[in-house]
Write a protein that binds this ligand. Sequence first.
Ligand code: BF8
Ligand code: SF4
Length: 630
Amino acid sequence: MGDFKLTSVEEFEAATARLLETGAKVGADSWQMRVKNQTPHCKFGEQGICCRICAMGPCRITPKAPRGICGCDVHGIVGRNYLKFTAGGAATHSDHGREICHTLHCAEEGGNYQVKDPAKLLKLAKEFGVETEGRDIYDVAHEVAEAGLMEYGKPFGFQKFLDRMPESQKELLIKNELAPRAIDREVASSMHMTHMGCSSKPEALIKQSIRCGMGDGWGGSMMGTEFSDVLFGTPKPIDTEANLGVMNADNVNIVVHGHDPSLSEMICEYADDPEMIAYAKEMGAKGITVSGVCCTSNEVAMRRGVPMAGNFLQQENVVLTGACEAIVVDVQCIFPALGPLSKCFHTKFITTSPIAQMPDSDFIRFSPENAGENAKAIVKMAIENFKNRKPELVHIPDMKQKATVGYSLEAIVKTLDGVTNSQVDVTGTTKPLLECVTSGVLRGAVAMVGCNNPKVRPDTAHIELMKKLIANDIIIVASGCSAQAAARAGLMDKRAKDLCGAGLKRVCELADIPPVLHMGSCVDISRMMNLVAELAKDSGLKISQLPVVGCAPEWMSEKAVSIGNYVVGTGIDTFLGVEPYVSGSTEVEQLLTDGVREWTGAAYTVEKDIDKLGDAMIQRIEEKRAAIGI
Ligand code: BF8
Ligand code: SF4
């Protein structure tokens, strides 16, 4: 392994502790302090047994008060809360996807946004039935964008992308009324069902939770991924670095944070502009470093190799370095705490979306029409802020790892083509990957996704589970903050192959890949859905028969629940390390962990003990292998 060594969670924590010392000097608040003020959490909330959807309440269910004023029992209340939680997540991902469709609709030759992957556009045009013959690529782009936007409100039929699914799963979903119709309709129907005096039957509420999630995964999120690829390029393997050490004390540091690549792509573009670099030098810096936090970071890392400063629970740390000239955010997972925190330093906290407006920020409204000039203004603002740094507060932890990222479905298929000795030309299929799985060289795959959550020692669950799984010859595809945890630890360094079992190690060597493959941001979990759909079609198996499971060991957001529901809806067993707010209802718990299997072919497992969670996944993968006789 030479000088390669994983970075441990203890080292992460020591770096954070040192940054919090700086914070204490300037009177900064931190999530670590706020967690103390907020625990123990409200038991009613934790169990999902508080209802406040009408003004006769709020009603809380206790042994003495088993029904709300309207007569709703605990199962109805827990189920409704779960569905509302899902709808929040599905709306969020899908609206992000919609924004990208609008951006594509504004794309033009020589404009702020252009078509970078025409081949992908033409493929989408074919799927949406858009004429391409002899037409200008931008005319096609605009019509495809419109067709995408129509998926949000079309009055009839199911989501177009469901046609990508193997027939077996699609039929199962249609039969059980789980196939998503228009994306917005599923969110609206969910809000309708959870209104006072509508559904209180757990089966109906959980079914709609799955369908609403499916409208996200096979609708809005997939739209976000596909259209982003058209605009910014389909990711290919690329080298980058991860952890706070990617920030550079000599440079102007701009941190992009959030989810929508339309903003971050433009910022990266202008930060690379020789005119801007010269301006930074004029202002006393050696250059400009853009790094990222959360999913925006994943987007620009996958396509440009922009380094990843950290994931969700590191967002305050980038400001605490004292070396962040600007933290520029778009939407989702942004702590409102960044406003007051940035005021303790020279950092400019720049909000850009009408969807995510926060106190104590500079709001520079971003739109496809003004993207170029506003990105330039933001980069300039950061450069001019360099002189306001307080050198005595600057401390960047000397901690980073190398990572190879950019494993889109297309990249995985292409890369793994080289692994088997097959004489047949199988380019463009998942057959080589299937051969690795069938022969047992790989036992299976785990999709590791999701957030950090202070309820779990940050990053431990992601990292420990990945180490355990790869040692057992299980390949990992990762996205979101889970992917960043892996990268920061060093698990996306190709040298991490030495931590794998013999089979996975061989695959890593032959294909020249790391054992944990970065598939992108959270909307890019749609890439994973496309991957399993292809694996099922190429193998002739049902998705639920594949030795593949999903895992979100440290999840926290509504989006994560929506994701969980569509992963289960797709037929993939899903393992959670944090409990959703459903423990108050035995009926809802039973449905999620067992009952849904009849409707989708998969179900949830919730296990807070990380070691047991890992064992349960390995066991499930082995059971699936045994069931298909491999
Ligand atoms: O969408 S993993 S903390 S950043 S919600 Fe948020 Fe969770 Fe991170 Fe991306 Ni996903
Ligand atoms: Fe209470 Fe029923 Fe109103 Fe909910 S809907 S707050 S349970 S009365």
